[in-house]
Design a protein around this ligand. Structure first.
Ligand SMILES: Nc1nc2c(c(=O)[nH]1)N[C@H]1C(S)=C(S)[C@@H](COP(=O)(O)O)O[C@H]1N2
Ligand SMILES: [Mo]
Length: 315
């Protein structure tokens, strides 16, 4: 795999200059506490809900063309066990979570291990809207307009060593802020991983928002992974650590129930979960079940990543 050093990638190449400058301007305005000026909601509403419009979000040609679910579906029906195990718990219990300041530890097989401030680090990256299908392993699905940056661009800037074959992500561990962590339903902190070629695929993003606004806490503020051809649990939320490794990471769901959840977790209607079928799904807001598509409908883009791999064994 070709990984160029950041010094070789001028920002003018990854970001049209005007966008880059405007984004800097927004960050500076936001830092100065004037964020309310850029918000479409009334100032009171935005303060109460921590909602703020993200400026200069460009549409992506990699978006699905289906109609997105409602904002209420996307933000009111979630799995985020750090805030409880019912689908309504994350929205109810994450309201007071404060996702700033936020730093991410970058370590393992990387040129320079470092602790980076999220806002400073992401400043140069242009934001894209990516409308993706999300298919939970529990057989429900949604279509969500995420706002984020390609994970590949982030990884290139972090400069993993050539020996890095996987990337592991870890969620914040802090039971005082994430009360669900007092309950041992999973081994905390939540951990997920991708093979390096999966992480570098253009569909993989780090999301910082949805519906043109900053990410609500229940959706994984301030930054979470979205990998649209995999079951939802790969989309780890509230990331505080990125570690490059030559060993396949042990992800939380696999650790908890290895017979039911594997490392790959590719959406696959032909491989049932031991306790239920994966052939169909219920789209939130719809009555009739839909047929689940191979790789969640992204087979054309991602199937080649798995040629030669037995997807029954590597579930
Ligand atoms: N840290 C953490 N990330 C997580 C989870 C979780 O419990 N903890 N749940 C996962 C599961 S099972 C799903 S389906 C998605 C759902 O959240 P979303 O609707 O915001 O994508 O988040 C994933 N990320
Ligand atoms: Mo899920």
């Amino acid at each position: 795999m070709l990984i160029r050093k950041p010094a070789d990638i001028p920002y003018s190449e990854v970001t049209p200059k005007a966008l880059y400058l405007r984004r800097r301007e927004f960050i500076q305005t936001a830092a100065a506490g004037a964020i309310g000026a850029a918000v479409a909601l009334s100032p009171r509403e935005s303060r109460a809900q921590g909602r703020a419009k993200l400026p200069n979000v460009r549409k992506s040609s990699l978006s699905a063309t289906e109609a997105p679910n409602s904002y209420d579906d996307a933000t009111g029906y979630n799995n985020f066990y750090e805030f409880g195990t019912d689908k309504g718990d994350p929205k109810a219990n994450a309201q007071r979570f404060v996702p700033r300041p936020w730093s991410i530890r970058v370590d393992g097989l990387v040129k320079t291990p470092a602790t980076i401030d999220l806002d400073t680090f992401l400043k140069p990256f242009p934001l894209e809207e990516r409308i993706y299908r999300l298919r939970c392993v529990e057989a429900w699905s949604m279509v969500i307009p995420w706002v984020g940056v390609p994970l590949a661009d982030v990884i290139k800037k972090l400069e993993p060593q050539p020996s890095a074959k996987f990337v592991e992500f870890t969620t914040l561990l802090d039971a005082s802020r994430m009360p669900g962590q007092r309950v041992p339903v999973l081994q905390w902190p939540y951990v997920e991983g991708l093979r390096m070629d999966e992480a570098m695929h253009p569909l993989s993003i780090l999301a910082v928002g949805l519906y043109g606004e900053t990410l609500p806490n229940q959706n994984g503020a301030p930054v979470r992974l979205v990998v649209p051809w995999k079951y939802g649990f790969k989309g780890i939320k509230s990331i505080v650590r990125i570690r490059f490794t030559d060993q396949q990471p042990r992800n939380s769901w696999q650790v908890s129930q290895p017979r039911e959840y594997g490392f790959y977790a590719n959406v696959n209607p032909e491989v049932d979960h031991p306790r239920w079928s994966q052939a169909t799904e219920r789209r939130l807001g719809e009555f009739r079940r839909r047929k689940t598509e191979m790789f969640n409908g992204y087979a054309q883009q991602v199937a080649s990543l798995y040629s030669g791999l037995d997807l029954r064994k590597n579930y």
